[in-house]
Design a binder for this molecule. Structure first.
Ligand code: CMC
Length: 435
């Protein structure tokens, strides 16, 4: 098979097996995978397929939500640079932007905030459900289970083709994820659950549900609530990553969104994805002191992929992750309130050495969003096991918007990849006694 010429709008392929040539249209820098089916070596041949493990070079959808240029380190939501959004917006404004495609005006923002605030409470039975977990259960495991369980409380969520119902589920999920997360944390600490306070903003209320003790009214530290807003903005969406692809795939079978979010949370849990922020902190603690950084880098290089520098590298960014740059800046605001996290020194040293080291430079490995976020969360008093949970709260908005976009896309169907079968050819079984 020879690919002869690529013009602006078509690709000419000559099949050397048959001598036939094919013109495949090129649209938005892609050819359609199904167009390759026309290329057959014989009438029985089912046609050519694309073999692309881990979807390294396959676009599975059109999307108008998030744009990333990984080589240049650019991230935009609905066309707005992430830096501008992080500088000037609240998380809820950005959530509205992701959902509606435009930033809210004052009245829209008020109504959107009212809806989210109104839905923050959980059914009391969820507390009993949560009580069933062991005291040391990982909060991410609790989140996966409890968000999935919410589908049984809201059977109307199955009406996925009804726009008003979809909107209600979006309000519910975005509103209830912080409550579930905070309850999971309080459970692990043996503390009574703290109910939402509707006078507070989204992130202030989250801090209230995490940290309220005996005081009548919890007064969140404004700098910490603002830092959380920025961190949530940075995590809100990231186009077709592992958990979002899972959300779309589950949603494509027309499962309700609570079940789909449970699946997306499970994908996020892994240390190569959202679990990396927890893994970074474990790694920094393992290194322990700045002078042990060179030895650790050496181990990573000699490990040839077995041991990784967590919080470094990205499938799409082959440049500094723009989110990591913003996080590094807000770290100072947080440390001004909480005092400096001693692990910061080790992280800065790791980054400095790695950015100069040929191994990392050659592979274009730069700090990603998870490299500094955990250091900030830890300074705020959160245990490492909560870090991925915080990621999940913010990413729920992105999952919901991507889910709705998938449902409304007339080109989408149930997700169903192909395979290259490598097992035995047809054979026939012998009775048990003769095997
Ligand atoms: N430390 C050391 N070597 C690495 C690292 C790392 N963190 N990441 C990639 N490499 C090496 C890898 O061994 C391979 O080397 P070689 O070519 O010699 O085999 C090369 O770089 C390419 O790696 P890859 O695994 O093919 O790259 P990928 O695009 O499949 O993986 C990644 C991307 C994020 C899974 C990977 O960089 C990684 O494991 N990073 C550490 C975990 C992490 O920080 N994850 C958070 C990602 S950002 C938040 C999110 O989206 O969830």
């Amino acid at each position: 098979m020879e690919i002869e010429t690529a013009t602006l709008d078509k690709l000419k392929i000559v099949d050397e097996r048959t001598g036939k040539s094919y013109d495949l249209p090129i649209e938005n820098g892609t050819i359609r995978g199904t167009d390759l089916k026309k290329i057959k070596s014989s009438a029985e041949d089912p046609g050519l397929m694309v073999y692309d493990p881990a979807y390294m070079n396959t676009a599975a959808c059109r999307s108008a939500i998030t744009f990333i240029d990984g080589d240049k380190g650019i991230l935009q939501y609905r066309g707005y640079p992430i830096e501008e959004l992080a500088e000037s917006c609240t998380f809820l404004e950005v959530a509205y932007l992701l959902l509606h495609g435009e930033l809210p005006g004052e009245a829209e923002n008020e109504e959107w905030t009212r809806q989210i605030t109104y839905h923050t409470m959980l059914h009391e039975s969820i507390k009993k459900f949560m009580d069933g977990f062991a005291y040391d259960a990982h909060p991410m495991g609790i989140l996966v289970a409890t968000v999935g369980a919410l589908s049984t409380f809201y059977p109307d969520a199955r009406n996925i083709h009804d726009e008003a119902s979809r909107r209600t589920q979006i309000y519910r999920l975005v509103a209830k994820m912080p409550t579930l997360a905070a309850f999971a944390y309080r459970h692990s600490r043996g503390l009574p659950y703290a109910y939402p306070d509707n006078d507070l903003t989204y992130t202030q209320n989250f801090l209230n549900m995490l940290f309220k003790m005996t005081e009548v009214k919890y007064r969140p530290e404004p700098a910490l609530a603002r830092a959380l807003d920025v961190l949530f903005i940075l995590h809100a969406d990231h186009e077709q990553n592992c958990s979002t692809s899972v959300m779309r795939a589950i949603g494509s079978s027309h499962a309700d969104p609570f079940s789909a979010v449970a699946g997306a949370c499970a994908a996020l849990y892994g240390p190569l994805h959202g679990g990396a922020n927890e893994a970074v902190l474990k790694m920094l603690a393992e290194i322990g002191t700045k002078d042990r950084v060179p030895a650790f880098i050496k181990e990573v290089k000699e490990g040839h992929g077995e041991k990784r520098l967590m919080g470094f590298g990205h499938r799409i960014y082959k440049n500094y992750d723009p989110r990591a740059k913003i996080i590094k800046r807000i770290a100072d605001d947080v440390f001004a309130v909480t005092g400096k996290n001693p692990l910061l020194e080790i992280a800065l040293e790791l980054e400095k050495i790695a950015l100069e080291d040929e191994y990392f430079v050659k592979r274009k490995l730069y700090p990603n969003v998870d490299f500094y976020s955990g250091i900030i969360y830890q300074a705020m008093g959160l245990p490492t096991s909560m870090f991925t949970v915080l990621f999940a709260i913010a990413r729920t908005m992105g999952w919901m918007v991507q889910w709705e976009e998938m449902l409304l896309d007339p080109e989408q169907k149930i997700a169903r990849p192909r395979q290259v079968y490598t097992g035995p050819g047809e054979r026939h079984l012998a009775p048990l006694a003769k095997r």
